[in-house]
Design a protein around this ligand. Structure first.
Ligand code: MSP
Length: 649
């Protein structure tokens, strides 16, 4: 029976802001999946989208569409991206898929019935962008320790998962099975920062988020998005469904490959859930590093992603899928972060693909066509030939060793060492000189045969990594495109086989010129300054004295109650505690915050504004917000905990 290999990527948030960093996990998984298929294993490769939660609910509401209406086009874009990059998954799971929803409900039911899920009250800090809860002690300067953004204090009835109960088993797992989580540095982080610090039970349901999977035993609650999302690894195989044959065949997963920022969920919460379900654990979790720009994680929201050189659709359009795949698989030392620049991208693909590989295959095929028309026979071998032959024969085991360690950069390094050696062999054997001497014809044939074999074996081994070039190379030597690892050894080519001259498969790029052209394009595309912006600048307010400013009384208030103002879509009515006093305040922020979110917030309040009535409701102050160019409002809140009534100066 064929060996099984189940590999997963994380399922993606339907953010739509996809950049080359996002492609990293999935392209590596695709290469691993292709590699294992070529080893003759039965592979199942899962990916998909993580569609529930507050973020989606809010974005959709902001646009006045349903969550599905908001998500569907984005899911389409993501699938297009994978298609462009030749990512061939076996299942694209959407967490809104019916079978997934049913499976998550089954998981909750099972854990509830076994007593691993219980009801209590939750109070904690929630980071909406990360969809993660934190305790006060975990916050960094009052902000989310992962992304540094604002968190909100939330209190609600919630179901809890007995995560604390599994802490000793998790510690034992890491002690006994250090291979479970890789690289090693991530194990230390998990054990020291989380497990040894002690685990608290995890809130796994929300009543305030409607866009989620309802719990089967209490429909007021929806499933916590991370439990919903992690369950995809089981639900995608039909776990607990009517047909669970894939689950029986492929579980446990051989590899969950994830970015390092989500290791915590995969390496602590997920194994604990599996332990509670009585399921075997995945064999390996690997937390890879990030593509950075200027030392920071490449991220469109941080605006460090510049479209022409970070947008995967643009990159594939300009340089081809193989170039993007090659860069991702080759450049960043596996497990570490790697700085990304357009220049590095172009330099890498130019040097390795256009110069080294492109040169080797086009020179070899051209010399064969020019001198023999067909593949010449291999005659007597010299020591130089034997050395090349040995390298050709040794390549598969080396690539295999690297890929066992998931190390695609190392595997490609091995393949390109052979490319470099073959190019050097051309310089050493000087076939263009041999071609001038009819007495050296047999020697010329032998040299070209060796080069053809080096090209062919490189092409076969490149197949998991590149999806276009290998078949072009194989075709030019009349080899079938599905040639596999069984022929990754010297001597498979038959003399007399038809050879076609390969045109350059990767265009050579003048990196400096290309960068200048891209820069020009970006400038042309910069949005023209809006008239209103110019007017705003012109209308900059006149300077005021400190006395003028001190006429405004600003204080910290705590929102203790909040409701929508009837008949208004924009207004919320808050009761704000300022010191010992309670104030009634009306503010136009209903589009950006729900009443539930407002409760517990500390805000900056103008306390000496003349009271007015808005839509019939008394307003005794104004809550301060920041407004971006599109008119989106964000509350101003104190950076550290401070008592209500504190003066703002
Ligand atoms: N939805 C969660 C995963 C749930 S899995 C049960 C999520 N989604 S994501 O869309 O934010 O990220 C998807 C993958 O892209 C992650 O592996 C993440 O690490 C990866 N990357 C996003 N930006 C990246 C870089 N700049 N560099 C490398 N990979 C990064 O997390």
């Amino acid at each position: 029976m064929a060996k099984k290999y189940y590999i997963t990527t994380p399922i993606y948030y339907p953010s739509g802001n996809w950049h080359i960093g996002h492609c990293y996990t999935t392209v590596i998984c695709d290469a691993l999946a292709r590699f294992h298929k070529m080893l003759g294993e039965e592979v199942f490769f899962m990916t998909g989208t993580d569609e529930h939660g507050q973020k989606v609910e809010k974005e959709a509401a902001k646009r006045g569409v349903t969550p599905r209406g908001f998500i569907d086009p984005l899911v389409g874009q993501l699938k297009d991206m994978w298609k462009l990059l030749d990512v061939e998954y076996d299942r694209f799971l959407r967490t809104t898929d019916e079978d997934h929803v049913r499976c998550v409900q089954n998981i909750y039911r099972k854990l509830y019935e076994s007593g691993d899920i219980y009801k209590a009250e939750y109070s904690g800090y929630y980071c909406t962008p990360c969809e993660a809860f934190w305790t006060e002690a975990q916050l960094k300067g009052g902000k989310c320790p992962d992304c540094g953004r604002e968190v909100t204090l939330q209190k609600e009835e919630s179901y809890f998962f007995r995560l604390s109960k599994y802490a000793p088993r998790l510690l034992k797992l890491y002690e006994e099975n250090p291979e479970f989580l890789q690289p090693k540095s991530r194990v230390n982080e998990m054990v020291n920062n989380f497990l040894k610090a002690g685990l608290t039970d995890l809130s796994v349901s929300r009543t305030t988020v409607k866009w989620g999977i309802p719990l089967p035993f209490d429909e007021k609650h929806t499933a916590y998005v991370w439990i919903d999302a992690l369950s995809n690894y089981l639900s995608g195989l039909g776990y607990s469904g009517t047909d669970d044959s894939l689950y029986r065949k492929f579980w446990p997963a051989d590899l969950h490959l994830v970015g390092k920022e989500i290791v915590r969920f995969h390496a602590i919460i997920w194994p604990a859930i599996l332990m509670a379900l009585g399921e075997p654990l995945p064999k390996r979790i690997y937390g890879h590093g990030w593509l950075l720009i200027g030392g920071e994680k490449l991220s469109k929201s941080k605006e460090n992603a510049r479209p022409e050189l970070t947008d995967p659709y643009e990159l594939v359009k300009r340089y081809g899928a193989d170039a993007v795949r090659y860069y991702l698989l080759r450049e960043i030392p596996f497990g570490s972060d790697g700085e990304y620049t357009g220049e590095r991208f172009l330099t890498r693909i130019n040097a390795d693909l256009a110069n080294d590989l492109g040169n080797l295959v086009s020179r070899t095929s051209a010399m064969i066509v020019q001198n023999f028309g067909v593949l010449p026979p291999c005659g007597e071998k010299t020591a130089l030939d034997a050395e090349l032959e040995e390298m050709v024969n040794g390549l598969l085991p080396k690539v295999k060793r690297a890929m066992d360690g998931l190390n695609a950069p190392e595997a490609l390094e091995e393949i390109f060492a052979l490319v470099a050696r073959a190019n050097k062999y051309i310089d050493e054997t000087t076939p263009w000189i041999l071609a001038k001497d009819p007495a050296k014809r047999e020697r010329l044939g032998t040299v070209l045969y060796h080069l053809a074999e080096a090209c062919r074996v490189c092409a076969v081994l490149l197949k998991p990594f590149l999806t276009r070039a290998p078949s072009l190379i194989l075709q030019s030597f009349s080899c079938p495109a599905d040639m596999g690892f069984e022929s990754a050894s010297f001597g498979c080519l038959q003399a007399g086989a038809k050879v076609e001259k390969l045109p350059p498969i990767f265009p050579r790029i003048d990196v400096a010129k290309e960068l200048a052209a891209v820069e020009k394009l970006l400038k042309e595309k910069e949005p023209p300054r809006r008239e209103s912006e110019e007017r705003e600048e012109e209308k900059a307010l006149p300077q005021i004295s400190i006395e003028d400013f001190s006429k405004v009384e600003l204080k910290i208030g705590e929102v203790v109650a909040c409701e929508k103002v009837k008949k208004s879509e924009k207004l919320l009515h808050e009761t704000v505690k300022v010191g010992k006093e309670l104030r009634s305040v009306v503010s136009g922020i209903a589009k950006f915050y729900t009443p539930e979110e407002m409760v517990g917030k500390r805000v900056v309040l103008v306390t000496n504004l003349k009271p007015v009535k808005l839509c019939g409701v008394l307003s005794e102050g104004m809550i301060l917000c920041a407004e971006d160019e599109e008119g989106n409002l964000t509350l101003l809140t104190p950076e550290r905990a401070v008592a209500s009534g504190a003066k703002v100066r």
